[in-house]
Design a protein around this ligand. Structure first.
Ligand code: GMT
Length: 376
């Protein structure tokens, strides 16, 4: 199949899922065409069957805002026509689903009918999408896509509720390529971060408000009072400065390491004994799944789809948003006994196997077949 994938090219979860999916499909002999405003971060090497088309937005002094959707629409039309694409898979409703719908209308004028699969990832629904500035366009794009998928049952419920959607929505969870973690595991030099008596706790995100970064610092602060440990904070974002300040105020700045953005998240996760994801909202929580694949138990909130990934009491614990006491108690419970820690690590890994790439990619292929059949 010749598939066009429209996505955000950045470190955000939707871009990572879209890129990993495209690469996996390319390896299965599909022809993949990524369309984005810059090269997706994970597309950092030559991969056969995989192409990238950059959307350029020319500047013009009259415009206060450059019309990115128009440029994207035109680029989609161009790629579909010139490469004979069979299907478009757009990740993130805003503005990708809307641009894809317009491209489809332009192509119909030339008797090309291309199916659109839209995957909703979370913030396009729970944060940005329901803003009245965008809501009518997002609702329209969801209704006009040939197939819509969501990354969790919870996001499906939110989408139906927020937008009053009546159409069918399929759930295809995020996934993980375990082979990559098996390779990384062989080279995890723990002593570079902590001494033998210290535990390593980690968090990975884009440090936005929704991630409740200060809760991470507060939970770590409580845990480290009883369990010698270090906290690895991976990522960059608007809340980072507050977190740095809070660690100084709590006098734990020498135990909290801000790593910055990393392309080697797996290496940090496989050194970790515990992962924290304490978000206010989280449609799935790809970073929690990445941690679990690296045999790291997770303390998460029970917000959104996190309970679909992290099984309470098995792969870690799920707690109410902001319940710092329970989060730290549960963290200490896992870390305070070596045998228990081993069991949680193994359980986290076993749970992550349910989301292995080989289970999930065929689900997307089925969705594609359905979308193509719909137009016959
Ligand atoms: O929250 C992020 O880190 C980025 C965000 C995005 O919009 O790319 O991630 C969303 O999509 C991921 C992939 O499907 C999900 O695993 C994340 O849970 C989701 N983030 C939120 O819902 C806040």
């Amino acid at each position: 199949m010749k598939i066009g994938i429209v996505c955000y090219p950045t470190y955000g979860g939707s871009g990572i899922v879209a890129t990993e999916l495209g690469l996996a499909l390319g390896a299965k002999e599909h022809e993949i065409h990524f369309i984005a405003y810059s090269q997706p971060v994970k597309l950092d090497f030559y991969f056969s069957n995989v192409n990238f088309h950059q959307v350029g937005v020319p500047e013009y002094p009259l415009f206060q805002y450059e019309p990115y959707e128009l440029a994207l629409t035109s680029k989609i039309v161009d790629v579909v026509k010139n490469f004979g694409l069979d299907l478009l898979h757009v990740h993130y409703a805003i503005p990708h689903a809307y641009a894809a719908y317009n491209a489809k209308q332009i192509l119909l004028e030339e008797n090309i009918n291309i199916p659109i699969v839209t995957t909703l990832h979370g913030t396009d629904i729970t944060l940005v999408g329901k803003n009245p500035f965008y809501k009518p366009a997002v609702t329209f794009s969801i209704n006009k896509s040939d197939i819509v998928t969501c990354v969790s049952e919870s996001l499906k419920v939110d989408t139906i509720e927020f937008f009053g959607i009546k159409r069918e929505i399929e759930v295809v969870h995020n996934f993980i390529d375990h082979r990559k973690y098996e390779v990384i595991e062989q080279s995890c030099p723990r002593y570079t971060i902590a001494n033998e008596t210290e535990k390593i706790i980690s968090h990975v995100s884009n440090f936005r408000e929704v991630k409740r970064i200060e809760d991470i610092i507060r939970v770590f602060n409580k845990i480290q009072q009883n369990i010698p440990s270090k906290l690895m904070m991976v990522g960059e974002g608007p809340e980072k400065a507050k977190a740095e300040l809070l660690s100084r105020e709590l006098g734990i700045e020498d135990k909290v390491i801000f790593v910055g953005k990393s392309n080697e998240v797996g290496k940090i996760l496989c050194l970790s004994d515990l992962f924290l994801l304490l978000s206010d909202k989280e449609s799935f929580g790809l970073s929690a799944l990445e941690a679990m694949a690296a045999k790291t138990p997770v303390i998460s909130t029970n917000a959104g789809g996190l309970s679909e990934v992290n099984t309470d009491g098995i792969s870690g614990f799920t707690c109410n948003v902001g319940d710092i006491d329970r989060m730290s108690q549960m963290g200490e419970y896992i870390l305070s006994d070596e045998e228990r820690l081993k069991e949680f690590k193994l359980n986290a890994y076993k749970r992550s196997r349910d989301f292995d790439i080989n289970q999930i990619v065929p689900q997307y292929e089925e969705v594609y077949k359905k979308a193509l059949n719909k137009l016959k």
